[in-house]
Design a protein around this ligand. Structure first.
Ligand SMILES: CC/C=C\C/C=C\C/C=C\C/C=C\CCC(=O)SCCNC(=O)CCNC(=O)[C@H](O)C(C)(C)COP(=O)(O)OP(=O)(O)OC[C@H]1O[C@@H](n2cnc3c(N)ncnc32)[C@H](O)[C@@H]1OP(=O)(O)O
Ligand SMILES: Cc1cc2nc3c(=O)[nH]c(=O)nc-3n(C[C@H](O)[C@H](O)[C@H](O)COP(=O)(O)OP(=O)(O)OC[C@H]3O[C@@H](n4cnc5c(N)ncnc54)[C@H](O)[C@@H]3O)c2cc1C
Length: 666
């Protein structure tokens, strides 16, 4: 193939933008400093050949895993050499873009010790973990139980004579199963087990357990450990060593029980501290919050690929002597632009959730536990909503890219395979929505008793009004008014919540009602979470948004986000009499005109994510839009094309062909 000059095939598209893209990049990154760090780390990773990732789909599992170890070690070396801050180091790992044991070490092992350890325990374990002298994972899920944490079977029995706990796996189903980093890499784990003293079961608690020798990495006596095997997709999440673990009466000192929530004294007495027992679940709250932030990254990445490719790809018709760019088809816009809007919506709700998490953490330190239930409901609900939408959206983006989207070189199959378990890990999405519904039912049931709803449920204080208020839309332009839209989402959520609460009250046992109505409860929780995302987008727009045209673009995206949800869940809005069919039809007209408004800005809106070609890992999403020659180049790199005649020809192809020849002669 001829050498090509560097051409930007998307230059015309970029020239159409009606806003200051540099200002938008800063909004997306969350600030100037965040942008600078992110940009520098992305470039650092992209320019380092060790972080190459275009061969993942063709490496076998052992090579793949060894390569991940190599990258993690190299990343650590660079972090030390360059004296990177915690923020820079975490960004660097993010751009390396390969699931690895380090995610769990930094993302769960360290946070669980921070959140559930005593001061003394933090002082002992965290410095070693920060220096990576020990590598840890989070071993909660078992073969028999994941969602039902209270059903875990591993035991930690106190032996007062030796002042030790005996950690044991009494059944096959008690085997730890799934923890990332456990299979091959971790030296330590925080293991969740039933605390047993004096024959009494005190429920679940975390224990720090050493698994492997720090000299030769061999499992310690009584520890049976390994990898649980290949997962969905080639490459993809198989870079991670999700593991199994069994204990045969393994002894650990008493002070390795994490004792912030419960303590066991030298005599074996269990003392419950004054913090709520639910703090045992605190690490999950923390990680769910990070998963929401992560959803906007995965979604924006898929949307960036599909948007750029949709501008490059032409099929049918005629536009100034060329075939039509597929991005100009209304059907393409109505599938793509709501996803673009969702990426921005999730970014902003993720920022807000981070703030909420920091707020609840500070309150907990000051022994104010009042906002914990709301923080749990928000993190659980938004984790569920954003990951479900993102997983479906990545698949939709693959379809938006037609046949080429199915090629590994599009980057979309791997992105999907890596992303889709987010709907399951850190809490199955349905199980988490049921937690939100439980919280909403409790909030509504307490309204009469003078308990004031807080934070995201404050709207329920205006219940009487929301149950009967008509929607204030007379003409199409009313759909662009944020207060009209927010009130509509509040009314829908309030009406669905009250209807479900009424149905529940008909059951003599509430648990029976929860079982029977669980599908409706999930819809109620979804409506509430969508309201949170819409309101946080609107609140973001009430802040100072610098940069020419930036606010207008975000306003259009906010309206697209809300109105496309309205269209998708029209049944909810009509059946609760929140809107009329005439108003629904006006909303549809507004959506079409918003798509026209976004169309010339679409490429610049995805450029604002500031992703390098290395991070995107997609021929279809290349910044320069030079798709076809690069697709050709990638095809030629496939190992099948290394020889002109394939391996196996002489054994399996030639005999068949020869036989056909003989048959034909007969
Ligand atoms: C790795 C991170 C780094 C970066 C992130 C980016 C990407 C991620 C990459 C990889 C992710 C890798 C790994 C994932 C790791 C895991 O998956 S770890 C395992 C996670 N497991 C789960 O999430 C299990 C889900 N199950 C639960 O959370 C709970 O068991 C349950 C809430 C579903 C039910 O628990 P029960 O005790 O039975 O509960 P209940 O009776 O319903 O509730 C009792 C009361 O407690 C409240 N509550 C429940 N959970 C919490 C909580 N987390 N915080 C605060 N409060 C909580 C509940 O509301 C009840 O309150 P009441 O007032 O009604 O009594
Ligand atoms: C890639 C990956 C990484 C992971 N990493 C870790 C890790 O590092 N550490 C760790 O401890 N764990 C880890 N896990 C485990 C993960 O947290 C659990 O798989 C998850 O919490 C779901 O639990 P489960 O597998 O028991 O699902 P189940 O609860 O068995 O779910 C099966 C089905 O039952 C439904 N269901 C269950 N309960 C209810 C209910 N009450 N009402 C209605 N429907 C219900 C669910 O919706 C689902 O459809 C990981 C999992 C994956 C896939």
């Amino acid at each position: 193939m001829e050498a090509e000059a560097a051409v930007d095939y998307l230059v015309d598209e970029r020239s159409k933008a009606q806003f200051d893209i540099d200002a938008m990049k800063i909004i997306w990154a969350g600030g100037k400093h965040e942008f600078e760090v992110s940009d520098r780390m992305a470039r650092l990773v992209a320019s380092d050949p060790v972080f190459r990732k275009d061969n993942r789909a063709i490496l076998d599992r052992k090579e793949l895993f060894k390569n991940t170890l190599r990258k993690a070690a190299h990343a650590w070396k660079r972090i030390i050499e360059l004296r990177l801050s915690e923020q820079e180091a975490s960004k660097l790992r993010f751009f390396v873009d390969e699931p690895a044991y380090t995610d769990l070490h930094w993302g769960m092992f360290i946070p669980v010790i921070k959140g559930q350890g005593t001061e003394e325990q933090r002082k002992k374990w965290l410095p070693m973990a920060y220096r990576m002298q020990i590598i840890g994972c989070y071993a909660q899920t078992e073969l028999g139980h994941g969602s039902n944490v209270q059903g875990l079977e591993t035991t930690a029995t106190f032996d007062p004579e030796l002042d030790e706990f005996v950690i044991h796996s009494p059944t096959l189903t008690s085997s730890k199963w799934w923890p990332g980093g456990l299979g091959r890499a971790s030296t330590h784990a925080v293991v969740f087990a039933r605390l047993i003293t004096d024959g009494k079961d005190h429920g679940i608690n975390g224990f720090i357990v050493q698994l492997r020798s720090l000299d030769d990495h061999l499992p310690l006596p009584g520890i049976i450990i390994g990898d649980i095997g290949m997962k969905f997709g080639n490459g993809a999440y198989n870079t991670m060593d999700n593991g199994f673990l069994r204990f045969d009466h393994v002894r650990i000192p008493r002070d390795q029980m994490l004792m912030r929530v419960k303590q066991v004294t030298r005599e074996g007495k269990v003392v419950q501290s004054d913090v709520p027992w639910q703090l045992l679940y605190g690490t999950m709250v923390y990680v769910r919050q990070t998963i929401v932030a992560d959803a906007s990254c995965a979604l924006s990445r898929a949307v960036c690929i599909a948007t750029r490719y949709s501008a490059v790809r032409r099929q049918f018709g005629s536009q100034n002597g060329h075939e039509t760019q597929v991005i100009d088809y209304r059907t393409q816009q109505s599938r793509l632009f709501p996803l673009l809007a969702s990426a921005y919506a999730f970014r902003f709700v993720g920022e807000w959730l981070k703030w909420l998490y920091m707020d609840v953490t500070q309150r907990l330190q000051a022994r104010d536990f009042s906002t914990l239930p709301e923080a749990h409901a928000c993190t659980a609900g938004l984790k569920s909503l954003t990951t479900s939408v993102t997983a479906d959206a990545i698949e939709e983006c693959r379809k938006l890219c037609g046949g080429h989207g199915y090629l590994c070189s599009s980057g979309l199959p791997e992105l999907f395979a890596v992303y889709v378990p987010a709907c399951t890990y850190e809490g199955d999405n349905i199980v988490l929505l049921l937690q939100v519904a439980r919280f909403l039912m409790k909030t509504v049931s307490q309204l009469g008793s003078g308990e004031r709803p807080v934070g995201t449920t404050t709207y329920l204080l205006r219940l009487e009004h929301l149950l009967q208020c008509p929607c204030d839309v007379q003409g199409a332009e009313d759909w662009l008014k944020p207060d009209v839209v927010v009130q509509l989402f509040e009314a829908r959520s309030a009406r669905m919540t009250v209807a479900c609460a009424k149905s529940l009250s008909k059951f003599s046992k509430p648990e029976d009602g929860f079982m029977d109505l669980s599908a409706d409860l999930v819809s109620v929780a979804t409506a509430h979470c969508q309201l949170i995302v819409v309101s946080k987008f609107v609140e973001k727009l009430q802040q100072d948004i610098p940069g020419e045209g930036v606010k207008q673009q975000l306003e259009a995206l906010c309206s697209i986000y809300a109105l496309s949800l309205l269209k998708k869940h029209l049944g909810d809005f009509l059946s609760t009499s929140c809107i009329t069919s005439k108003q629904a039809s006006l909303a549809n007209d507004v959506l079409r005109s918003l798509y026209s408004q976004v169309r010339p800005n679409a490429i610049a809106l995805v450029d604002a994510f500031n992703y390098t070609d290395h991070f995107l890992g997609s021929v279809l999403g290349r910044y320069d839009g030079n798709v076809y020659p690069k697709l050709y180049e990638e095809a030629l790199k496939d190992p099948l094309n290394e020889s002109v005649v394939p391996d196996g020809y002489h054994e399996y192809l030639q005999p068949v062909l020869k036989q056909r020849l003989r048959t034909a002669r007969l």
